[in-house]
Design a binder for this molecule. Sequence first.
Ligand code: 13P
Ligand code: SF4
Length: 372
Amino acid sequence: MDTMTAHYFQPPLPAEYRGQSDEVLRGRIAAAKSALGKRLLILGHHYQQTAVVDFADFAGDSFELSRKAAAQTGIDYVIFCGVHFMAESADILTEPRVRVILPDLGAGCSMADMASLEQAEDCWEQLRAAAAGRKIVPITYVNSSAAIKAFVGKNGGAVCTSSNCQAILRWALERGNHPQVLFLPDQHLGRNTAYQMGHPLDSMVVWDPQAELGGHTAQRLERADFVLWKGHCSVHQLFRPEHVDQARRQDSQVKVIVHPECAWEVVQKADLSGSTSFIVKQIEAAAPGTHWAVGTEVHLVQRLAQRHPEQKIKVLSDCQCLCTTMFRIDLAHLCWTVENLAAGKVVNQIKVEEPIRGDALKALERMLSIVG
Ligand code: 13P
Ligand code: SF4
């Protein structure tokens, strides 16, 4: 069995998977999947290519996918068509005997890589010294490594996703008397959500892990209610407020809907913001003839445009808003993993070992118990 130990290196696929037509690969995936029957569950994130999503038993946003993984009984394998942190969460949330597979080990998330355990521990020590007795509650966006989730779980905090961030922050702010929230690793989701909840921008500071005291004085840190980690999504940062202005100039009827990983200035100018499933549901529920400019990953936007020809749907900007790591999961890699499974061989297993697993589970289970 090939067990994943260090992520991000994917050896080239064997020759029989390279250069095959989509039609051939589809037929082979379908045959191997059906041979495995109910032993295998394929999960797909909304950003996956449509050809891959078509094989998912369930497609959703990262919260729905975590919940789906946690609810499984009686399966042997999960093939996770998404990125590394999602497969790790699925491994943590499923029974230990379930093997979770990521079809391409190179499918990481640049945002998750922006916070290391050492940096988080260093930040924690400095904040505790600066906050002088004030309780600090760590919250991590699910887009983080298992080690960061374990750090948060060990220190009394919880995971959140873009669909439940408000509820989790509300929970965090109820821990003790006037606690401080350390929010990892996406400054934008933290800022957008806290601001939506009525917290002013000057109640937040950005923690730069490269700078002493995160780039602040101890007094400034002590006053802050939210310490936002200096991380971001390299895809969503491509959307700029000027793109919203331009979309409105080009089409006076357009509704702008964006993911909360976009910068605060973009979210402020948009009509709506929310998780990938929120975006899907808003568009599904809209009246025919609605015009949309959507600020999120291009594959989801293209699929929505195909599925809703009765609406006018485009990406908010012409930038190549492509999550290149999500895009690494293709039919060839899916075929390779599922055919190996059908032959009794597990390739690309993602396994989170103890003690990280147990502590990360605490943080994930807190999220699930807060928001169901
Ligand atoms: P969702 O939680 O909205 O699915 O988003 C995950 C993600 O990685 C967005 O970039
Ligand atoms: Fe990570 Fe951004 Fe890709 Fe989402 S879109 S998986 S946050 S790099």
